[in-house]
Design a protein around this ligand. Sequence first.
Ligand code: 3H9
Length: 688
Amino acid sequence: MSGTVHLERDGDVAFLVIDNPPVNAGSRHIRKALLEAIEAVEADASIRAAVLIGAGRSFIAGSDIKEFDLPLDPPQLPAVIAAIETSAKPFVAALHGAALGGGYELALGCDARIAVPGTVVGLPETTLGIIPGAGGTQKLPRLVGTAKAIALICPGQRVAAEQALELGMIDALAEGDLREDSKALAVSLVGGKKRIIDLPVPQDSQEAIASAEKKALTSGRNRPHIAAAISHVKAAGQKDAAEGLAAERATFEKLRVGAEAKALRHIFFAEREAARGRPERSAKPLPFRIFGVVGAGTMGAGIATAVLQAGYPTVLVDSDEAALSRAKGRIDAALEKGVSSGKLSAAAMKAAQHNLTLGFDLSALADCDVIVEAIIEELGAKQKVFAELDRLAKPGAVLATNTSYLDIDRIAEATGRPESVIGLHFFSPAHIMKLLEVVGGRKSSEAAMATGLAVAKTLGKQPVEAGNGFGFIGNRIYAAYRASCEFMLEDGALPHEVDAALEAFGFAMGPFAVADMSGLDIAWRMRQQQAATRDPASRYVHIPDLLCQAGRYGRKTGAGYYRYDEKGRAERSVEVEDLIIAESRAKGIERKTLSREEIQSRALATIVNEAGLVLEDGIALRPGDIDVVLVNGYGFPRWTGGPLHWAGQQDPDRLMAACAAFAETAGLGKRRADLRALGILGPAGQPA
Ligand code: 3H9
């Protein structure tokens, strides 16, 4: 990315057109060209006002994150903004597409902001482990107040122009042509300046600020950059403006080169790379307009909701009338929630409801371009559905299964068109969870896979391409992790100790709290199906089976690894702890206390090892894809960059030793990944 700024004239108004495809990121070339253009405006007496506007699809999506690993070349963005603020001429920011981060800060340096409806504005820097570095924390509070600025900046909220106008983040919506409207606004300002930095910060009550602060810290998982953002926002207006700006910049610079910011940049680019799938694929996605979903259970209803929210006609089929009517209720409730939370307009909800067709028979899917099967996890049942779909679906339709661990090839075999069969593995709740594994079978065509990736993007999901192996990427690694945590129960830890250690590492929830939430019976059924083919040399922990036999299926039965009170709060269970200790004794294992560090080390070594095996087996295309899966679908802390980025930052010898120790505890028959050959670890003595 390099970029330039074109200086165009329309009468006595200058247009500074920022041109740096694809998203006009604020690279050093852009900063330099902008500063030169601002100086040219200042020097030309025939120009009375100026408009900053973006070429292509966006204003400015933010500073160029690719430059953030190195010292930033001058001129810096604050210098560009200072040139606008010290100019005697008014500048208008004309926004479309995205005006984010440094892009929105540039707009905050102008004398007015006008946006095309649908533009997104905001300061998403915290999602990259930093704080705004060009005045965002000092100027936004002057427009919206301290409490609201905390609520916007800390989660990195992106705000649609219509709402931004209500909040005062922009001054006007463009009703007609953006150029015409911004020119009129610029002309109306001639002779005056309206600098935000000169405004006072509106007074908020201490309670409102404290409540915004508490909320931001909790949802920001108490990360240091969230605390820093709060402190700079609260300092706005308290002291000299220049001092506030300089302090903000210093914190931005410090955080920018820190480990968490680096890890978050890694995930940012890994997500985009994952969405492209196999790099050598040239096949284009097939056109899709109408979707079909088979199975009106929780997953089917969630998938239908996701598709309807994206604006597509959807046919939901199930032979069970009661299931269909329950699904309709769930879909309506999810859409209504979308409206009440401001994610969906009332008109979009009406359109979505209108777009839903319910059917009892698979023949209702004859016109669908993409059909997603979401029935029970049973190969025979799925094969039956696919044989029917083969007969009924139109030629070229993509036939997808939502299976989470069955063999896609066996499912495809049931059809005469295995090239059209792929896996679309949604995560529950399907209309909320971002991750979507797009799974290729042996015969899946490149066009079908490209369609799967395109469908995911259209639904606002994060696609990751996966190969056809048991559990694909995520469930395979998670199963190994969970097994490793079960070994720890036999070896001496208790469920709450394992959960606490892994939550302290940053997991959203510990493995046993997760197991209780998702239901122990599902994994139990899977283990029963696998019993005949299980490697007898592998270490098998009976504890979860014993819990299921005792009717402890997790939260839904009020008991699992923990007991749940009437308010749903988890408590330790003496019965379970006795059962665990008895199991250790029965196996002749001498229980030892496992420290927090030991628990973390064993769990992470397992994840990294299994991730390495997933790469060796060709199930994932690249290490970054695994990071994207674990972060987006399994609660792995995003600020570590995912397990393999994390592994690359560790002392390789220590990590290898942890992997060796893990292999011991995992019992015979456990494969070790060659992490060095995979490039996950660097040479001894230094991280990769
Ligand atoms: C900041 O501004 C700090 C300031 O406070 C500091 C002031 C001193 N840089 O997402 P897409 C690339 S921090 C570099 O697929 P979409 C992206 O990698 C920044 N590259 O498109 C991709 O490249 P490729 C705050 C960037 O339509 C291509 O553009 N800003 C940047 O789905 C298309 O991206 C943000 O955090 C960037 N800033 O979504 C906003 N942005 O084709 C980050 C994008 O090679 N950006 N690229 O894979 C976004 O949220 C989305 O890209 C956007 C478009 C919504 C704009």
